[in-house]
Structure formats: structure tokens, C-alpha cells
Design a protein around this ligand. Structure first.
Ligand code: ZN
Length: 182
């Protein structure tokens, strides 16, 4: 198998806006990608990472909030309840934090890296992270939740990121950093 080096794609990259394809048969390739995604997530000090963030159009995510690593294939939200609001960051939209309203409790069904079905009943932060990563698989980003006021605040930063992803030289205005990096 050729050595694939994964890199995090940032805003402007087309993979971030594509709905990922479901994985039909989990193979060594998928297990390899999941391990590399986990390594990249740890190196980036993130607590979640979706395959679309590394330019791979397949429904896979990794999550680790310090309580153990989840490698999820084809994760889907089965149930949502309640409401929570967190300030979220995203490794693919660096230096931007957005207040996002999500369900407080969720049930997620997925397969593990060996194809065994698993169900996660999550609440609070884990529920938030799972919803953030499943959003990625659907081509959705935290900036889509921004209020008009927030949009005005982050507009210049987004333009800069987009130009950077197209390899145009531009100084990087750093604006903010937040704790939740997903
Ligand atoms: Zn993210």
C-alpha cells in the first residue's frame, strides 16, 4: 500500500463542502486511514477529525475527548434531544470560533474499524463533538451556524483562508483561538 500522508484541509478546499460517500466494505485501507487520522488529530491537538477534513470522500471520523479513541465508519445520528450551546473551533477553519446550538443528547450508530456495529449514547460535549464531525461528513461547517454579526466579524478571516487554500500569498490575520478544536 502506498504511504499516504494526510494533511488537514482548510476552508476553501472543495472536499470540505462535499457530502462524503458511505463506506461499503471496510478494508485495510480504511483502517490505515483511520489510524493516520487519529495520529493527525492528536498532533493537531484536536478532539475530533472527519475524513473530509483530510480530503478523503468517505464517511469516517475519529474522536477522542481524553476518554478513549473512537474510530467510526458511517456514523449517523439516530436520535437528538435537548439543547446545548458551545463555542466551537474547527481545525479546518483555524482561528475562528463560533457559538453553535446543538442537541444535548444524541444516539449515534456506526461501524467500528472491523465493521462491527456500535451505538453511542452521548451527551454534553461528546454529543457536541459527534454532531460537529457528522456535519463535516455532510459538507457542513461551523461557519454555517454563524449569526449575521458573527459573519461580519469573521468575513475577512474567511477571505484570507480561502486565498491561502488557493496558494495565493497573503498575510494571515490571526483573530482568535478557542478551546474546542474539532
Ligand atoms: Zn471541524
Amino acid at each position: 500500500m502506498p504511504e499516504t500522508i494526510l494533511k488537514i484541509k482548510t476552508f476553501g478546499a472543495s472536499s470540505l463542502r462535499k457530502k462524503t460517500r458511505p463506506v461499503e466494505k471496510i478494508t485495510e485501507y480504511h483502517r490505515d486511514v483511520l489510524s493516520k487520522m487519529a495520529r493527525l488529530m492528536y498532533e493537531s491537538a484536536g478532539i475530533g477529525l472527519a475524513a473530509s477534513q483530510v480530503g478523503i470522500n468517505q464517511a469516517m471520523v475519529v474522536v477522542d475527548m481524553g476518554t478513549g479513541l473512537y474510530k467510526l465508519v458511517n456514523p449517523r445520528l439516530i436520535k437528538k434531544e435537548g439543547q446545548q450551546i458551545n463555542v466551537e473551533g474547527c481545525l479546518s477553519v483555524p482561528d475562528i470560533c463560533i457559538k453553535v446550538k446543538r442537541a444535548k443528547r444524541v444516539k449515534v450508530c456506526a461501524e467500528d474499524e472491523n465493521g462491527c456495529p456500535l451505538t453511542i449514547d452521548a451527551e454534553d460535549l461528546l454529543a457536541c463533538v459527534l454532531q460537529h464531525e457528522i456535519d463535516h461528513l455532510n459538507g457542513k461547517l461551523i461557519i454555517d451556524y454563524a449569526s449575521l454579526l458573527e459573519r461580519a466579524r469573521i468575513g475577512r478571516r474567511l477571505t484570507a483562508l480561502k486565498k491561502k487554500s488557493k496558494n495565493e500569498e497573503l498575510p494571515e490575520p490571526k483573530t482568535e483561538s478557542c478551546q474546542l478544536q474539532l
